[in-house]
Write a protein that binds this ligand. Structure first.
Ligand SMILES: Nc1ncnc2c1ncn2[C@@H]1O[C@H](COP(=O)(O)OP(=O)(O)OP(=O)(O)O)[C@@H](O)[C@H]1O
Ligand SMILES: [Mg+2]
Length: 315
C-alpha cells in the first residue's frame, strides 16, 4: 500500500527526512514514532501528496505521490497535525463541503456526512461553528473529514492529540474496526496506544529510520530494561548474592515497603532468572513476598533509540 524508497526532504537546505525507505502492507496498522522534530509530519505530508519530496520516490496504492498526486489523494484519508479547518463553517456544512471536494455527491454525500459524524461523535455539534469547538472536537471533525470518501489508506498525524481518555479509547476502537477495509499509518506519542493496536512500528530519529519491527520484537531486543522486581526479608548479603547469579547485571535496593526490602534486579537481555532467584532465596532462607519480571515497554525502546546515535538500520 505504501512503498518508500530513499525519500529525502530538505527545507531551505536543512534535511528533515534523510533517505528513508520502508513499506506498509495492505491491511496493516503501522505506528510511526519518533521524538519531536524527527520528520514524521514531513513524511506524512509527502505521502499524502501535499508536498513534493526533494529526492527519492514514494508509491501510495501504486501511484507516485509526486507525479500522480490527484490519484494519491483519492486513495488517502489524511488527517494533518494541525487540521486546517475552516473555522467560520458549521460542522455538518464543512464535512459536506469536504466530501464534495473529494468527489462525493447527491445521496451518497449526505449519507456519508451523517455516517462519519456518527462515527466520530460530532453529530451533537453538527450545527456549531467550528471556531467555537474545543480542540478535541476539532480533532474529531478532522478525523471525520479524513474518512468521508472511504479511502483505503488512512494517514493520521497524531489523531488523538488533545482528546480526553474516553475519546482516545473511542478512536482506538474505531481504528481497530476500520482495519478490515483500511490500511493505517499513524503517528502518536501515546505508546500504550501503539502497543495495543499497531502491527508494526517504524521509529524515525533525525530524519532516519532507526527501527522497524513488531512492538513485541522491539521490546525483546531491548537490553536496558529487562528486570526482576523483588520484595523480601533477608540478611546483609542479599545484594551481593543476587549479583553473583549468572545473567544479573546489577541489583539495586529501592525504598523499603511496609518493612520489606524492595530490590530491582537488572538482567542481561533475554534471561529469565526468576527460578534462580527463588532457589537462592530458599537456600539463604530469605522470605519472599513478591517476585515478578518487568518486561520492557515500548516507552523504554523509544527512550533508548532517541538517546542513541547508532547508524540507521536497513529495513
Ligand atoms: N515548513 C517547514 N520549514 C522549515 N523547516 C521545517 C518545516 N516543517 C518542518 N521543518 C523542520 O523539519 C524537521 C522535521 O519536522 P517534522 O514536523 O516533520 O517533525 P515531527 O517528527 O512531525 O515532530 P513532532 O513530533 O514535533 O510533530 C524539524 O527540524 C522541523 O523544524
Ligand atoms: Mg509532527
Amino acid at each position: 500500500m505504501i512503498e518508500v524508497q530513499d525519500l529525502t526532504k530538505q527545507y531551505a537546505g536543512r534535511v528533515a527526512v534523510d533517505g528513508i525507505s520502508f513499506f506498509v502492507r495492505r491491511g496493516e496498522i503501522v505506528g510511526f514514532l519518533g521524538p519531536n522534530g524527527a520528520g514524521k509530519s514531513t513524511t506524512m505530508r509527502i505521502l499524502s501528496g501535499y508536498m513534493p519530496p526533494t529526492s527519492g520516490s514514494a508509491l501510495v496504492a501504486g501511484h507516485d505521490v509526486f507525479r500522480d498526486s490527484i490519484s494519491v489523494r483519492k486513495n488517502v484519508g489524511y488527517m494533518p497535525e494541525m487540521a486546517p479547518l475552516y473555522t467560520d463553517m458549521r460542522v455538518k456544512e464543512y464535512l459536506h463541503f469536504r466530501g464534495e471536494l473529494k468527489g462525493l455527491g447527491g445521496r451518497e454525500l449526505r449519507r456519508r456526512t451523517g455516517e462519519v459524524m456518527d462515527l466520530c461523535g460530532v453529530t451533537d455539534v453538527r450545527r456549531r461553528l467550528i471556531a467555537n469547538l474545543s480542540k478535541g472536537y476539532r480533532q474529531r471533525v478532522a478525523l471525520a473529514d479524513a474518512l468521508i470518501h472511504r479511502p483505503p489508506l488512512l494517514i493520521l498525524d497524531e489523531p488523538t492529540n488533545g482528546l480526553d481518555p474516553t475519546q482516545i479509547r473511542h478512536v482506538r476502537e474505531m481504528l481497530l474496526d476500520l482495519r478490515d477495509q483500511h490500511t493505517v499509518l499513524l503517528s502518536t506519542h501515546i505508546l500504550s496506544e501503539v502497543e495495543q493496536i499497531c502491527d508494526r512500528v517504524i521509529m524515525i530519529h533525525h530524519g532516519r529510520i532507526r527501527a522497524c519491527d513488531t512492538p513485541r520484537n522491539l521490546k525483546n531486543q531491548l537490553r536496558a530494561a529487562a528486570a526482576v522486581h523483588l520484595e523480601l526479608q533477608g540478611n546483609g548479603k542479599v545484594i551481593k548474592e543476587l549479583e553473583k547469579l549468572p545473567g544479573v547485571r546489577k541489583a539495586v535496593e529501592e525504598e523499603p515497603l511496609e518493612g520489606w526490602r524492595v530490590i530491582n534486579v537488572r538482567v542481561e537481555a533475554r534471561n529469565d532468572i526468576r527460578e534462580a532467584i527463588l532457589d537462592l532465596a530458599t537456600r539463604e532462607k530469605w522470605r519472599v513476598r513478591e517476585l515478578h519480571q518487568q518486561l520492557p515497554s515500548l516507552e523504554d525502546v523509544f527512550v533508548e533509540l532517541a538517546a542513541s546515535d547508532a547508524p540507521p538500520r536497513n529495513t
